[in-house]
Design a protein around this ligand. Sequence first.
Ligand code: SF4
Length: 248
Amino acid sequence: MKTSDYATLVAATGATLDRIAAEYTPAVFASSLAAEDMVLTHLILRAKLPIGIFTLETGRLHAETLGMLDRIKEKYGYQVTPYRPDSEAVDGWVKQNGLNAFYDSVHLRKECCRIRKVEPLQRALAGNRAWLTGQRRAQSTTRAELPVQEHDVAHGLEKFNPLADWSEDDVWQYIRANDVPYNPLHDKGYPSIGCEPCTRAIQPGEDVRAGRWWWENPESKECGLHVVDGKLVRIKVVAQNNSVEVTS
Ligand code: SF4
């Protein structure tokens, strides 16, 4: 992207964040602590916008990912709010199925995601008018139609994807130009980072999401955060498989 286009993109994203802060508070940003989310974190905190930042602390994250909470605190003086799963639900699932039973079937994997991500997300979003994600259109086929703004019917509030138009190069250009802290796993072959047992490094040339739930087929790879009565809102390719969408 040319420098002028990049500057326009950054300015447009800043304007979107300003508009959310002015028109949709209370609003919260669901950060996965990955590179895109650090760009948004920087933009929100540098501008001192009244947008809360939380993360879904699933209990299965990499140490490097958890370490980002301290790095954000050090750099910006801001404590990201961790939302954790209900411990009884986690214990019950593990007791019944085994600690890593998400490898055994798509059903068990989605149930684990529901307990560790979907339910805590619902808690985190309660009482807000809007929420934000760091999703980009170019990240996968399931995000090909991702808009900057949409109405999230499942959660009953506006949803913003301020980086929808950004490329991976834009993200890294911004991180380097602004000295934004980022998860060191990105330097070890992890373009997309989720829970530790469900994320692997990828090889050069592989799809950026190939390291997520790699043992499943591509159509099953999302996590349940945007489903209404079993149907996906807005993303056809996933809806055909009665599957779901994830924030990270
Ligand atoms: S990504 Fe894996 S460990 Fe994390 S909630 Fe989903 S199935 Fe469970």
